[in-house]
Design a protein around this ligand. Structure first.
Ligand SMILES: [Zn+2]
Length: 727
């Protein structure tokens, strides 16, 4: 549902946001060391600071921007379309992406520390530079710091104190390794894994556990156990048989062995243990659903008693697990996303000897804690997850990674400082107004659909009217009062922050849903729809130039941010979102005929996108991307209709472009990007969004409004004979 790229945030946003929203502990929180920042939809660059990222440096630089003015807001500039980012020698009717973004692609080579580079990526980096200034200031141990400034400042200070982190080496990991060594029997895994689930992000330790909204009663929070246990980004990495996948598995084995050697294993032991890890993880991967299967929420909805789960996996000590996580008294029933996966856990627990489990646990210990340890751990982790898998050439500078950790672990504390300095009341008012106008456009569209019956229309309108619009930042900030942040203790701060988040998450079980909650932090350059909350969320970070510019005319603003708003709103009615009702319950409200008509329209989009090539011989897996593709198509149309209603008589050309042309150039320029081939390959497996080129060309070639704006002849590449239309 989100508009961006890849990240564990996708768990709550995109396809994920769709499904498992805030489930599984801190699973949705991205690990900055390994993941690109979530970015849904990039946009054009008007007047910007320097393009190139600063060369990787290992210490924060004194010339960090002063925390007084936002770099974007501070620049004197004339708001305009980003003409230099265009390639006006290209024919808009032949390749509109090249026409709108050709200049950008030439002028913006991918920085060495990035897997891809995009308009969204640039805004993210500008936000990070700005947050860096805020954090440097907050890190000064002054007596007048607020409680929020103390926490973010001291966390940042500890993270950037590399000399101290270097001195400690692998020492902070020793207690955990000793605990693993001391395990005497497999039944002890219940209590042990509970401790690790409380203190680690993600669901890498055998499976995931956390809170989630009840599929059948969206107002209640229940517990959920989900598939996990893998350290490669997707089950497909373990199972695909092509040469490239085999090569990546060989490199993964070498990486696991290298990490185990770093904690003291001999070369021979490490090699043997890496093979054991691969064997266990492959068995778990085989029992896991594919990403496409997980797009169907019914495949993930299996509410059962703890006793029933215990019958599926009796070899696991569920009682000690629930006692240690502190939820034994409140969890009688839970959702088990993939019962078949837990049957495989049972089989592995029965057959794999304790010594092999210890190898698996040592790997996940060093893997999950690597970012908090000395350089050799961080470098080895980077070499595999960023360099091999994503093609990144150089490690981001330390300050940047530390900004990302603060954003992950104290996001609403840092977010308060960000919002206070960057998000104006004018921007909020204007974007709220735009959101309402796009909702009105959707209401009109639903009413006028010729393929939907009145009964289904009625329910669709109910759902539309129930969508909550969340713009900028939460109404109530998260209270980090109980989280102890200590100067000079990066490892401890990281572990305590994850524990704090896990306990916050588990405390929700058995209680009504807090609809104020956000799944992204305010500086995030992205947006999302959550079907169980039935809300659309636009953090302050995404509502800034060049994505949204209050000083600019409506046409490009509606084309750009308007289509983002339309995109998220359309998710409420895409192939996943449509399965949830106005309150967020998983409940079918469609007549059989309407559902069939709708699926036919989705299939048109699936067929269209299945024809596009991502890289080499890899085509788009349009069963994975169709929710996003349909949201792009519907969202752009809704933004166009809303804009026409707002400015019905606007005909004056600006910069030599008609208002209609400005709308579509503004639309295209959110998506300007360059990607490394390795990243494209990884995205083909994990990312529900199509590459930027097709998110533009695929859409405009379905829209007669575009073709008219640029006078495209019927035989142009940007005119599809059989255009798809959903909304
Ligand atoms: Zn989306």
């Amino acid at each position: 549902m989100e508009r961006g790229v890849d990240s564990r945030l996708m768990k709550i946003a995109a396809a994920v946001i769709l499904l498992a929203a805030t489930s599984v502990f801190a699973q949705q929180r991205p690990d900055p060391a390994q993941q690109a920042r979530p970015v849904e939809k990039p946009k054009p660059s008007a007047a910007k600071p320097a393009d190139a990222a600063p060369p990787p440096k290992e210490t924060p630089q004194p010339e960090a921007p002063a925390p007084k003015e936002h770099p974007l807001a501070a620049l004197p500039y004339t708001p305009s379309l980003d003409i230099p980012s265009m390639d006006r020698t290209a024919n808009p009717c032949a390749d509109f992406y090249q026409y709108s973004c050709g200049g950008w692609m030439t002028n913006n080579p991918i920085p060495p520390d990035q897997a891809s580079w995009s308009v969204y990526g640039k805004v993210s980096e500008e936000n990070e530079e700005y947050l860096w200034g805020i954090l440097l200031d907050a890190a000064k141990p002054r007596a007048d710091r607020t409680a929020v400034q103390q926490k973010i400042g001291d966390y940042f200070e500890a993270c950037t104190d590399e000399a101290h982190i270097e001195e400690l080496g692998a020492k902070p990991l020793q207690p955990l390794l000793s605990e693993i060594a001391a395990l005497k029997a497999k039944y002890e895994l219940g209590g042990f894994l509970a401790q690790q689930h409380l203190r680690s992000s993600g669901n890498g330790w055998l499976f995931g556990f956390g809170s989630t909204q009840d599929y059948s009663n969206a107002s209640q929070v229940i517990a959920e156990a989900s598939a996990g246990g893998l350290a490669l980004p997707d089950r497909d990495y373990y199972l695909k048989t092509d040469a490239k996948s085999k090569e990546i598995r060989e490199k993964y084995l070498a990486h696991v062995a290298a990490m185990l050697e770093l904690i003291g294993e001999s070369k021979a032991e490490a090699k043997k243990d890496a093979a054991t890890v691969m064997r266990i993880e492959t068995a778990l991967a085989k029992a896991s659903l594919t990403r496409v299967e997980r797009r169907n929420p019914y495949n993930l909805s299996h509410k059962m008693t703890v006793a029933a789960l215990s019958r599926i996996a009796p070899a696991f000590e569920w009682k000690s697990y629930l006692v240690t996580t502190g939820v034994i008294s409140i969890v009688q029933t839970l959702n088990v996303t993939e019962p078949k996966f837990f049957a495989a856990v049972q089989k592995e627990l029965k057959t794999v000897p304790l010594a092999d489990w210890k190898a698996y646990l040592r790997w996940h210990a060093v893997h999950s804690r690597a970012p908090y340890l000395s350089k050799k751990f961080v470098a080895e982790d980077f070499n595999f997850y960023r360099k091999t898998l994503r093609g990144v050439k150089a490690m981001p500078p330390r300050w940047k990674r530390c900004v990302q950790y603060v954003d992950r672990d104290l996001g609403e504390a840092l977010g308060q400082e960000f919002v206070a300095r960057t998000f104006t009341a004018e921007t909020k008012a204007k974007t709220v107004d735009m959101t309402k106008r796009i909702e009105t456009a959707m209401e009109d569209e639903i009413k006028s659909l010729d393929w939907m019956t009145p009964a289904t229309k009625q329910r669709a309108l109910e759902k539309l009217h129930a969508v909550a619009n969340k713009v900028g930042y939460p109404d109530r900030w998260r209270d980090y009062g109980k989280l102890n942040v200590v100067r000079g203790d990066f490892y401890g701060n990281g572990t305590r922050a994850i524990l704090f988040e896990s306990e916050r998450d588990l405390n929700k079980i058995g209680k009504p849903v807090d609809r104020n909650e956000w799944g992204m932090t305010p500086p995030t350059v992205n947006a999302y729809y959550n079907p169980q909350m039935n809300d659309i969320n636009f953090p302050a970070g995404v509502l800034q130039p060049p994505l949204y510019d209050a000083k600019l005319d409506d046409a490009p603003n509606y084309g750009n941010t308007g289509s983002t708003i339309g995109h998220e709103l359309t998710h409420a009615f895409d192939d996943e979102g449509r399965q949830f009702d106005a309150q967020g319950n998983l409940k079918d409200w469609w007549t059989a005929d309407d559902a069939k008509n709708f699926e036919e329209r989705i299939n048109c989009v699936r067929d269209q996108y299945a024809g596009y090539t991502i890289v080499d011989d890899i085509k788009i897996n349009s069963k994975l991307t169709s929710g996003e593709d349909v949201a792009d198509l519907g969202g752009t149309l809704l933004a166009y209709i809303a804009w026409k209603a707002a400015d019905p008589n606007e005909t004056t050309p600006i910069d030599g472009y008609t208002p209609d042309q400005r709308f579509f150039i503004g639309f295209a320029q959110w998506a300007c990007e360059n990607q490394r081939p390795e990243n494209l390959r990884a995205n083909a497996i994990t990312n529900p969004h199509s590459p930027g080129k097709y998110r533009i060309n695929g859409i405009v070639s379905d829209l007669p409004q575009f073709q008219k704006a640029f006078n495209c002849s019927a035989d142009s590449p940007m005119v599809r004979a059989k255009a798809c239309q959903v909304w």
